[in-house]
Design a protein around this ligand. Structure first.
Ligand SMILES: NC(=O)c1ccc[n+]([C@@H]2O[C@H](COP(=O)([O-])OP(=O)(O)OC[C@H]3O[C@@H](n4cnc5c(N)ncnc54)[C@H](OP(=O)(O)O)[C@@H]3O)[C@@H](O)[C@H]2O)c1
Length: 127
């Protein structure tokens, strides 16, 4: 049976080797995809495939209720999200950055205290 669901919009923060692969998969799946990376040139290929390049992390977060984060470390994620703590309410943050269970628990608590939902994942594959 043909699905009638509308593909969810998603924002991807962090376009390293893995973030580019994740955003590419979302685009291939038909999801309206907004991307942000510190070095904006990493987004070129994705923008060519239809991604929207956000001018700031704030723009990327507010563009979608589903936000996928894949950065080098949890510290980088925390530094980027902390100034935007008032924007997290009602959003789902999926963090695929590699870290410890303790990192994941702390991030889950921090996001939920700001009204968001948090899912932590570990990628067991190469891009
Ligand atoms: N690649 C893999 O095979 C693989 C497999 C499993 C899990 N993972 C995990 O996935 C995560 C990302 O891996 P990756 O391979 O994509 O790493 P990567 O290619 O080194 O990319 C690192 C990302 O973090 C960003 N970043 C680093 N420091 C930053 C800062 N101070 N402010 C803002 N952005 C910053 C980089 O931005 P710039 O582009 O501007 O430097 C880039 O988007 C890591 O936690 C890694 O352990 C990767």
């Amino acid at each position: 049976m043909k699905s009638t669901s509308i593909p969810a919009s998603v924002s991807v923060i962090g376009l390293g080797n893995m973030g580019v692969a994740l955003a590419d998969a979302f685009l291939n799946g038909g999801h309206p995809t907004t991307v942000w990376n510190r070095s904006a040139d990493r987004a070129k290929g994705l923008v060519g495939k239809g991604a929207v390049l956000a001018g700031s992390v704030a723009e990327a977060i507010t563009a979608s209720s589903l936000v996928v984060v894949c950065l080098s470390t949890y510290k980088v994620m925390q530094d980027l999200l902390e100034p935007l703590e008032n924007e997290l309410s009602g959003r789902v943050i999926v963090n695929l950055t590699t870290g410890t269970p303790e990192d994941a628990r702390k991030s889950a608590k921090w996001v939920s205290e700001r009204g968001g939902q948090y899912l932590d994942g570990a990628i067991m594959a190469v891009p």
